[in-house]
Design a protein around this ligand. Structure first.
Ligand code: ARG
Length: 568
């Protein structure tokens, strides 16, 4: 149950006002505390300590309160009754919202014919965990993998294939969808084309111009380019699915990106024109989104570029329109690199101005950069921008080395599960907005604030429960300080899930997992369960605690999309 909500509601009702209830890190003086006497003293015309005495006496009358005390200038500490803690901890954990809404989540957003890079790690991990949190609370979510499949990279790859195989029929204007072509692309080859083509284009203006032409023709429905594109789209979608599996994130509800959105461009343009929102600027068509009150540069939003081609901007506005028609969401939340903040601010303004979507229901969660131990954006050993697979492989190796060193014998699936926990937990535990340092060695430690530590704690609990080979019993209540602290920690789960959702702060869930594991391990050391000298009643009570702890930890681990191995 949601302990915080229960206690807070009861206090508010008792006092007839809403007070600020805190969860102290140090529970020596109380399980909860409030500074309400200090806040209300002035308007009540009383001195804070005097008012605290009155309020604390009232709180002490609540049936679940054991005692209250006053500290400092007027803080009130509240200690709960043990029986109440025990009974509450026996109730199921079922966080749910009273106001379910529909949310479209835009994360992942991989690009066709471009390999996934380190920048796609956080959008996938944070977006997926946020999705799981929202769903657990009972919100309706739709995840959109807004794939990049309509821009210059497509054109460059087509141009590159034309350079390699000029005789293929795709490049002719008389190509029809019925033209039979015997041509296959090797998936491993495909990912090389874009970087090669883009480097080549920088040196060769002619090639560059040709790619621009291809882009315009492709967007206007050139049958040959389209047929070729469908070939590499299929390969890319397979690779994306591989990644989804490898990262253990939920399958996307839609793998539909820019090309799909482009179908709505005409309708959106009609709306924009009817509101006179499109202007000409240096040959391009733009929407001016600047406001009087802006004190930083706010460039116009590009509707079409000077060659008349669709842009990242235009397809993104069309995507908002498409989602409105498809899911009719209450909110759309985007998870991308912080460096796209300006783009989204422009998009949200354009959505509002056109009446397509309310500005305040569009949100951008921008994440910081993943740096190496040198404090610079993480690169592979040969100095190249790290691909997503490079990261996972590096961590897999680090886990391998550690496990080998410890003399343990773990199978490949277990090693992968540990490696994944290392990558994901390290990502989730940091505030999304901040940069963090990625050190494959540090993140794989079995101790400290790491994914492997979390999994290890879960594996150990599972093993105790399995070895016990008997059900716990909730009738007897063992209540040493460690048992008490653990039970209260367990019951903080629901509050954490709600706060994580409300604040879009997935790091709260990861750090909660760590705090819970600390409590579990203290309990494990100080409150033996299976030792011979432990009487049957105590053992059954402790087994009950271990089971509730395991279930709560498992739910938390599930929110992070991690898998608990059977041994570690
Ligand atoms: N494909 C883009 C990238 O890889 C991210 C797209 C984010 N979503 C969006 N609707 N713009 O950087």
């Amino acid at each position: 149950m949601n302990l915080y909500k229960h206690v807070s509601n009861a206090i508010n009702e008792k006092l007839g006002t809403t007070v600020n209830l805190e969860v102290p890190r140090n529970r020596d003086f109380g399980d909860f505390s409030t500074n309400c006497a200090m806040v209300m003293a002035k308007s009540a015309g009383k001195n804070p300590r005097e008012l605290a005495t009155e309020i604390s006496a009232q709180i002490a009358e609540l049936p679940f309160v054991a005692e209250t005390s006053i500290a400092g200038p007027g803080f009130i500490n509240i200690k709960l009754r043990d029986e109440f803690i025990w009974e509450s901890a026996c109730l199921p954990q079922s966080p749910h919202t009273d106001n379910p809404i529909t949310i479209d989540l835009d994360y992942g957003a991989y690009n066709v014919a471009k390999s996934l890079h380190i920048g796609h790690l956080r959008t996938s991990i944070v977006g997926d965990t946020f999705n799981r949190i929202a769903r657990l609370l009972g919100h309706k979510t739709y995840s959109w993998n807004h794939i990049g499949d309509w821009g210059k990279p497509m054109a460059l790859v087509i141009a590159w294939i034309e350079r390699l195989h000029p005789d293929l029929p795709y490049f002719h204007d008389n190509f029809t969808p019925n033209t039979v072509v015997d041509f296959d692309i090797e998936p491993a080859e495909l990912n090389k084309y874009y970087p090669l083509a883009s480097a080549f284009a920088k040196e060769n203006p002619e090639f560059q111009a040709h790619a621009q032409d291809i882009k315009a023709k492709f967007q206007n429905g050139h049958a040959g380019y389209f047929a070729l594109y469908e070939k590499f789209l299929a390969i890319s979608l397979d690779m994306m699915n591989e990644t989804v599996k490898r990262l253990n994130i939920l399958p996307f509800d839609y793998d539909l990106g820019e090309r799909n959105a482009a179908k709505y461009l005409d309708q959106v343009e009609e709306i924009l024109r009817s509101k006179n929102l499109i202007q000409e600027s240096d040959g391009a068509q733009v929407i001016v989104v600047k406001r009087e009150s802006d004190n930083k540069p706010m460039p116009p939003y590009m509707w079409t570029d000077s060659r008349g081609a669709d842009t990242y901007d235009s397809t993104d506005l069309a995507a908002v329109y498409c989602r409105k028609l498809t899911d009719n969401p209450d909110k759309i939340i985007y998870f991308t690199d912080l460096r796209q903040a300006l783009h989204f601010e422009q998009l949200f303004r354009a959505s509002q101005m056109s009446g397509i979507f309310d500005y305040e229901n569009l949100e951008h969660i921008g994440y910081g950069t993943i740096n190496g131990t040198d404090g610079r954006p993480f690169k592979t050993r040969d100095g190249n921008a790290a691909g997503l697979d490079d990261i996972i492989d590096a961590v897999n190796q680090a886990v391998h080395a550690r496990v080998a060193e410890s003399g343990k014998n773990l199978d490949a699936d277990t090693i992968s599960a540990i490696a994944l926990s290392a990558v994901k937990f390290n990502d989730l535990m940091h505030d999304v907005r901040s940069d963090y340092i990625f050190d494959p060695n540090a993140v794989t430690s079995f101790e400290g604030r790491t994914g492997p530590y979390i999994l290890y704690t879960a594996v150990r609990l599972n093993s105790v429960l399995k070895r016990a080979n008997e059900a716990g019993d909730a009738t007897y209540m063992p209540m040493t300080i460690d048992e008490r602290n653990l039970l209260i920690g367990i019951m903080d789960f629901e509050r954490i899930v709600h706060t994580a959702f409300d604040n879009r702060a997935t790091d709260l869930v990861a750090n909660y997992a760590y705090d819970l594991c600390q409590l579990i391990n203290t309990f494990y050391h100080n409150c033996p369960i299976l030792r011979d000298d432990i009487d049957a009643k105590t053992r059954a009570g402790r087994l009950h605690i271990a089971k509730v702890a395991r279930d709560t930890l498992a739910m938390t681990i599930d929110l992070m999309g991690l898998k608990i191995p059977s041994e570690m």
